[in-house]
Unconditional design. Structure first.
Length: 67
């Protein structure tokens, strides 16, 4: 689960996945953008897995140079 919180006792913002620190930003808006992009990648990966399970032949991320 991704979340945004203050980074320690600073004015910076951090993005965490569980207890793992992913990124530290100066502004909360930057942390929100990192969170948005990570969630978009997770959603895209889920769609690709779904298509692969159904046997549809869509290239996975990073495999497009093979097509």
């Amino acid at each position: 689960m991704l979340r945004i919180a203050r980074y320690k006792t600073t004015r910076h913002w951090a993005v965490y996945e569980g207890q793992t620190l992913i990124a530290v930003t100066l502004y909360k808006r930057g942390a929100q953008e990192v969170l948005r992009r990570l969630q978009a990648r997770e959603e895209a990966a889920a769609v690709e897995r779904h298509h692969a399970e159904e046997g549809e032949h869509y290239p996975l991320t990073g495999d497009t140079d093979l097509w």
